[in-house]
Write a protein of this length. Structure first.
Length: 188
């Protein structure tokens, strides 16, 4: 087994565990967030966290896609990477525009865990890269879909909820491409 695989899985689990979404899990926390929503914009903590994590996730996908295009020309990985770059570049622009409109701070860069994952991917061999990149994208898009559904169902701001709902089919398409890339690049 390649040492990066358990490390990436552990990093993904750690990133999820450290993500400030614990307050998003219960209805009572949501009620508290609604009560503390910004006046005039009706943006609660759930909305802010989802928007900020979306921006960081978009940047992660763009950087990862560019890395994949530099590292391999395998058709399934190429298709996945190009699609992620295109769709997440569009999403990044739209999300940042909405954040500016709503007065939500825009984070710089990716999370530390995302930066580490990209660094780890950049250090593995070509064959391991193809598999590990596809595997990471499958796991990441499962998480992204769950978070978008959570925001769409429990968010406070109608525009943010609609943005999350609109992203779900796009993320599901990305997941299908990532699964195809993983099938085309099985474990060594």
């Amino acid at each position: 087994m390649h040492p990066i695989r358990p490390a990436l899985a552990g990093a993904a689990a750690l990133a999820i565990a450290l993500t400030p979404v614990g307050a998003l899990a219960s209805t009572s926390s949501r009620t508290a967030d609604v009560a503390g929503a910004d006046s005039g914009t009706n943006v609660c903590g759930l909305d802010k966290v989802w928007l900020q994590e979306s921006v960081q996730g978009d940047r992660f996908e763009i950087h990862g896609g560019r890395l994949a295009l530099r590292r391999t020309a395998q058709p399934a990985i190429d298709r996945l990477a190009r699609t992620l770059i295109r769709d997440h570049t569009k999403s990044l622009g739209e999300t940042k525009a909405l954040m500016m409109k709503l007065g939500v701070p825009i984070p710089a860069g990716t999370t530390h865990a995302q930066a580490w994952e990209l660094e780890e991917l950049s250090e593995v061999g070509s064959r391991a890269f193809r598999h590990d990149y596809a595997e990471l994208e499958v796991a990441d898009h499962h998480d992204d879909i769950d978070m978008a559904r959570h925001e769409a169902n429990l968010g406070c701001n109608a525009e943010v909820k609609q943005m999350a709902a609109d992203e779900i089919p796009v993320l599901q398409h990305h997941l299908a491409l990532a699964k195809a890339a993983l099938a085309a690049n099985p474990h060594e």
